[in-house]
Structure formats: C-alpha cells, structure tokens
Write a protein that binds this ligand. Structure first.
Ligand SMILES: NC(=O)c1ccc[n+]([C@@H]2O[C@H](COP(=O)([O-])OP(=O)(O)OC[C@H]3O[C@@H](n4cnc5c(N)ncnc54)[C@H](OP(=O)(O)O)[C@@H]3O)[C@@H](O)[C@H]2O)c1
Length: 248
C-alpha cells in the first residue's frame, strides 16, 4: 500500500492525456491532488476516487475553464479555502493550433494565448501568493519544443509556448527568494489526443528527426515532473527540461 507523503499538488487538464498520467504518477508517489478539469464528469470523478483509495491519498476534482478569468479565480479560491499547503503546481492544460502566419486570425491568436499564456500566469499568481506565505513551492509549466523550434505553421501555438518558456524563467527569478522553484517541461511528440493530430506522412517526418524513433509516452512526461517536484531537484529552477526523444 502506498502511503501519503503529506505533499499536495494542483494539476490542471487531468481528464486525459499527460494530465491524467500526472495524476496517476503523483498519487502513486503519495501526493494528495487537486485534479483540475474544465467540466464535471461523474465517471472521471469515480476514476479519481478509485485512484485515491488505491494510493491512500485524497484527490479532489476542481472544475474551471481556463478561458474564463472569473472561473479560474473561483476554482483556485476553492483550493485555497482548504487551507492546506500547496507544494506543487503543474500547469499542464493547454490547447494546440496549427495554422500559418497568413491564415491565423486574431481571434484564434487570442483564444490560444488566453489558455496557453494568460490562464497560466493567472494561476501562478494566485497560487504563488500562498506558496510565498509558506516560503516553499514548486511550479512546473508544461511548455513544448514547439516553443523552442521555429517551425512554420504553428504561429499561435509555438509563440504561446515560447512566451510560457520566457515567463517560466523570468518568474523563477522573482520567486526564487521565497524558496519557490519554477521550471518547465518541453515535450516533443507525446502519444495523446494532442500528439496524434498528424497524418502518417507528417508523423514519419517528425520521427525521422528523432534519435529515439517513437512518440513519447505520457508516463515518461509524468516521471520527469515527479523528478522536478522531488527533493532530488532542489537546486533546479528556471530550467526547461526538453523531453523529445532527441530531436537534435
Ligand atoms: N502531446 C504532445 O505531443 C505535446 C507536446 C508538447 C507539449 N504538450 C503540452 O502538454 C500539455 C498536455 O497536453 P496533452 O497532450 O495531454 O493534451 P490533450 O490530450 O489535448 O489534453 C489537454 C488537456 O487540457 C485541457 N484543457 C484544454 N483547454 C482547457 C480549458 N479551456 N479549460 C480547462 N482545461 C482545458 C483539456 O480538457 P478538455 O478535455 O476539457 O478539453 C485536457 O485535459 C499541453 O499544455 C500541451 O501543449 C503536449
């Protein structure tokens, strides 16, 4: 039986993909979790109860839409009202968008930035106030190699993740004095709904550039997050861990 490590983590975008695996991995490692989703879903709640029971931790489902500033405020307030330490925040939820510079509308740019940038900043601001009072904390932002490489066709998504990388590094400087570490993970192609949008031809083109010739697994991203959250990484901050199977 796993036992709680008395650490508490907020994870966003937990109902599928990488976020779902983050919940599994963190619960298995004894973390209590506020599992954030856009909407309520009874079958997902039942799944969370099951994981909590097996891992001997508590998991609470908190619902808010990252596109709505007020919903974010209410959701985080709900978490803060528990009056528990917040040891880890994983800003995982995000949306993809593939579109060329010429074809990307301003409303699409705003939609992608609202979720991939502004919501992430707002959540960090709200949560870090509590972490500053605690004088401890670890924030992990799910970035992307798309924010490092400048591939044409990804104007909105790539630039939003580039902004998140800059924000991660800059915020780490401001929060360092409060003993709060701020890092990012930049996955390459991971086997989730988001990672599987490419045609076979496009997929092979990406795989051909990689040293490890396969898509990454969500659990591999979760392991990286566990390491960053752990005491083994206590001197690591302001870093972006690239996890892309060697797209060198
Ligand atoms: N998969 C990859 O290849 C890859 C590569 C690099 C970076 N990443 C990054 O890794 C993170 C997770 O990606 P993934 O592959 O797990 O994606 P995914 O399978 O598409 O899941 C995205 C998650 O984000 C949530 N989300 C999206 N918009 C939201 C909103 N407005 N409010 C609340 N939640 C919202 C989704 O909830 P709903 O189910 O309600 O939509 C879902 O839980 C993202 O930040 C992504 O950019 C992924």
């Amino acid at each position: 039986m796993v036992s709680s490590n008395n650490k508490n983590a907020i994870i966003t975008g937990t109902n599928r993909g990488i976020g779902r695996e983050l919940v599994n991995a963190f619960a298995k490692n004894g973390y209590n979790i506020w599992a954030c989703t856009r909407k309520k879903d009874e079958s997902f709640e039942a799944e969370l109860e099951d994981i909590a029971l097996k891992c001997n931790v508590w998991i609470k489902n908190i619902c808010f839409d990252l596109a709505d500033e007020n919903e974010i405020k209410t959701g985080i307030k709900q978490i803060l009202s528990d009056k528990n330490n917040i040891d880890v925040l994983i800003n995982n939820a995000g949306i993809p968008y593939g579109g060329s510079f010429a074809m990307t509308s301003m409303s699409k740019m705003r939609e992608v930035y609202d979720i991939n940038v502004f919501a992430q900043v707002q959540i960090m601001q709200l949560v870090s106030r509590q972490m500053m009072r605690q004088r401890s904390g670890c924030i992990i932002n799910m970035c992307s190699v798309g924010g490092i490489e400048t591939s044409p066709g990804y104007l909105a998504y790539g630039s939003s993740k580039a902004a998140l990388i800059w924000i991660t590094k800059s915020v780490s400087r401001e929060l360092g004095p409060y003993n709060i570490r701020v890092n990012g993970i930049a996955p390459g192609l991971i086997d989730t709904d988001m990672g599987n949008y490419k045609s076979e031809k496009e997929l092979n083109k990406v795989l051909d550039r990689m040293s490890i010739h396969r898509m990454g697994r969500p659990e591999e991203v979760a392991k990286a997050a566990l390491y960053i959250a752990s005491e083994d990484a206590e001197y690591m901050t302001g870093q972006i861990m690239i996890l892309d199977g060697g797209r060198v």
